[in-house]
Design a protein around this ligand. Structure first.
Ligand code: PHB
Length: 394
């Protein structure tokens, strides 16, 4: 069963006592297991919610909606994107009123930051399916992440760039947690490898006007621009501006985390993305039996969308939940669930992955990819691989 509501504004009951009582009164035997999903379902990040849910539903359709005799009930709360107060209220409602035993989703970092203290207080597992700021996993001992962290995806790009003879880089990042993490890690790894940073700029998270930044980048004549912008429409705006201002013709390379060339927007970039080099953990074009089955099943279920990193994080997040519950005999209480999740290993459509028992963060291959046309369709074609890579900032 799926219910979907926006959290009631003005909802109270945020006290430690209410949260602790809600958690302790949960008795699991034979009861439905309620998973509270906090996701942007409307607003500029709505495609994140949709993609994560597509992955979650695909997993349920393949594995059934019952685990250890408990029927899984998803309760979906729309937090509208970067709106920490709404995310927090949604979590309060889910824990206190709906008696959700697991929280999951979290499209953006501010949403995960807002909810983590409640997960810690109520001792409720929090399965993070996107929010990628490194410290998200440190905000509650009950957080486990199935997506990525920004230092994890940024460091390999710096190593690769230095190895390829790129010496001067300008960095451009969205001005919030993930962007700061990407910038910090890229600059560290790249300068340690002998590279030079010729300029750094942070752009507003929402609706940035890239024109003045692109002009500054052009004037400083770098070999490449490294960037992190949240996946979505901004990629299209950046890539179009990059081309229109003549940076591509000047021979400036684009090196970026794979958020820029997410399959969800790749078609909309037209040819402007061709040649962009990115580092990331998931490509629709990843060549494995598991990914072939995943992408085929995805297109069958959602013919008008392309499978992307968000859908895979949702799919793997459900795998983690099911596998942990199988180990605990259906007990979702925080300590048991998290100790079952620690050290778990499985094969994802992205490749082999595991949960680091010390950090509860994901360990995975990071691929260097190049955007190319494959069979008439833009794809992130993998050209190099850094195996079993952990967040290097932890
Ligand atoms: C985040 O807010 O943590 C975030 C959002 C979009 C991305 C990556 C990270 O593409």
């Amino acid at each position: 069963m799926i219910t979907s509501t926006r959290p009631r504004v003005g909802y109270l009951a945020s006290t430690f006592a209410a949260l602790a009582l809600a958690a302790s009164s949960a008795s699991y035997a034979a009861e439905d297991l309620k998973i509270g999903m906090i996701l942007p379902m409307t607003g500029p990040f709505a495609s994140y919610g949709q993609q994560i849910l597509n992955g979650v539903h695909l997993y349920l359709s393949e594995h059934g909606d019952t685990v250890e005799g408990r029927k899984v009930q998803l309760i979906i709360k729309d937090d509208t994107g970067v709106a920490p107060e709404i995310s927090k209220r949604a979590a309060q409602e889910l824990i206190v009123k709906d008696k959700a035993e697991i929280l999951a989703g979290f499209g953006v970092t501010p949403s995960a930051f807002a909810v983590a203290p409640l997960s810690a207080q109520a001792k409720i597992p929090m399965v993070v399916m996107n929010a990628a700021t490194s410290s998200v996993t440190e905000k509650s001992p009950y957080v486990v992440r199935t997506s990525m962290s920004m230092p994890q995806t940024s460091a390999p790009m710096a190593t690769w760039a230095a190895k390829e003879g790129i010496t001067k880089v300008y960095t451009l990042v969205a001005d919030y947690g993930p962007g700061h993490d990407a910038e910090k890690q890229f600059v560290k790894t790249f300068t340690e490898a002998g590279g030079e940073i010729v300029g750094e700029v942070r752009v507003p998270l929402q609706n940035p006007d890239y024109a003045p930044f692109l002009q500054r980048i052009k004037d400083s004549k770098p070999n490449a621009v490294f960037l992190f912008v949240p996946a979505g429409e901004q990629s299209v705006a950046f890539l179009k501006g990059f081309e229109q201002r003549g940076l591509r013709d000047m021979g400036v390379k684009i090196i970026s985390t794979g958020d820029l060339t997410d399959e969800d927007v790749l078609d909309a970039t037209g040819e402007t993305a061709i040649g962009a080099i990115t580092s990331f953990h998931y490509s629709e074009a990843h060549d494995s039996t598991k990914n072939k089955a995943y992408t085929e099943a995805y297109y069958k279920a959602y013919p008008s969308k392309r499978p992307n990193f968000l859908s895979v994080a949702g799919y793997d997040g459900m795998h983690l939940i099911y596998s942990a519950l199988k180990k605990t005999g259906g007990d979702a209480s925080g300590d048991k669930f998290i100790s079952a999740a620690k050290g778990m290993e499985w094969e994802s459509p992205r490749g082999p992955i595991s949960i680091d028992p010390e950090t509860r963060d994901i360990v995975q291959n990071i691929y260097i990819r190049k955007v190319e046309k494959v069979g008439g369709k833009l794809q992130n074609v993998e050209i190099d691989l850094i195996p079993n890579f952990k967040d290097p900032s932890k």
